[in-house]
Design a protein around this ligand. Structure first.
Ligand code: C2E
Ligand code: MG
Ligand code: MG
Ligand code: MG
Length: 287
């Protein structure tokens, strides 16, 4: 009986593995089609300075509207895009689109705003990533100071000198660098000193319970204090409630992002809504 069970278990796993592999293959095929058929677009979520209420940054978030299946979430296809290398093409497209869109928005409003773009570890391995980014910025006619790149701790774990060089050259050119999902990766924290980061984004897992869980509250306070002492701006992700925002403000968090303040939206929706938000005055006109 045991033997039979064992065999059934094996068969069960095999069937499941095939199914998973099959699904993955289907996803790759669908994704290739999506790129060719222009099904991917970029939405933007507003980030606000907590002290002044000014809109300061727009985070570019990729969106996939499949003709039959509707919206497919990034968490469902970004990992596949990373494994297959498709993220390089997708990432280039997002970066180019984001620079073009933010330039258009600044031009129309005559107000400065930054655009933050998520970058996968795989994109850094493409060779000359810094040159590529600076080339895209120049071709879209914005200055590097309006671009922020969001990187997760996973990239820094690899601790490779090439990555360090790329980050340093981008920072020197004026691009801002931010650590995304801070606190969720395995990090030694020493990279905070080693790499030229400007911004730290506290993962929404900590923000979620900040008003009713003393450990989350303690962690958030500690992260803010640490960031301040290292001269990093702190962004809280996933702010959904007034209480969370009040807590973050009281503890000196600089910037807030979350459904409470604004959801990711298309450029069309954004330009309709952006007039309700106050923004920083532009000192020099955008070219
Ligand atoms: P992320 O960079 O941490 O982006 C923030 C995510 O949190 C977004 O999910 C956003 O919609 C969501 N979010 C914002 N405010 C709230 C809130 O108040 N509550 C909740 N529950 N969620 C909130 P999204 O758009 O589904 O993206 C998921 C992840 O996919 C991103 O996490 C990022 O890691 C990745 N991603 C998205 N676009 C790109 C891209 O263009 N390139 C790369 N490499 N990764 C991307
Ligand atoms: Mg991000
Ligand atoms: Mg994040
Ligand atoms: Mg994330």
């Amino acid at each position: 009986l045991a033997k039979k069970d064992g065999r059934n278990t094996y068969r069960f796993f095999k069937a499941h593995m095939n199914e998973a592999a099959l699904q993955r293959l289907e996803m790759v095929t669908k994704l290739r089609k999506a790129i060719a058929n222009d099904e991917l677009s970029v939405h933007y979520q507003p980030l606000f300075d907590i002290a002044t209420g000014n809109l300061v940054t727009l985070e570019a978030l990729i969106r996939w509207n499949h003709p039959k299946e509707g919206w497919i979430a990034p968490d469902q296809f970004i990992p596949v895009a990373e494994e297959t290398g498709l993220i390089k093409d997708i990432g280039d497209q997002v970066l180019r689109r984001a620079c073009a869109d933010v330039k258009e928005i600044m031009y129309r409003l005559q107000r400065p705003v930054k655009v933050a773009v998520n970058i996968s570890a795989r994109q850094f391995k493409d060779g000359h990533f810094d040159e590529k980014v600076l080339g895209i910025i120049a071709s879209q006619g914005i200055v590097p100071e309006y671009l922020e790149l969001e990187i997760t701790e996973r990239l820094l774990m690899l601790d490779d000198p090439e990555t360090a060089g790329i980050l340093r050259r981008l920072a020197k050119a004026g691009v801002s660098l931010s650590i995304d999902d801070f606190g969720t990766g395995y990090s030694s924290l020493s990279y905070l000193k080693r790499y030229p980061f400007d911004v730290l984004k506290i993962d929404r897992a900590f923000v979620k319970d900040v008003t009713h869980d003393s450990q989350s509250a303690a962690l958030v306070s500690a992260i803010i204090a640490m960031a301040q002492s290292l001269d990093l701006k702190v962004i809280a992700e996933g702010v959904e409630e007034e209480g969370q925002l009040a807590h973050l403000k009281k503890h000196g968090c600089d910037i807030a992002q979350g459904f409470l303040l604004g959801r990711p939206m298309s450029v069309a929706d954004l330009t309709a809504k952006i007039h309700q938000w106050q923004m920083v005055e532009l000192e020099a006109p955008v070219a």
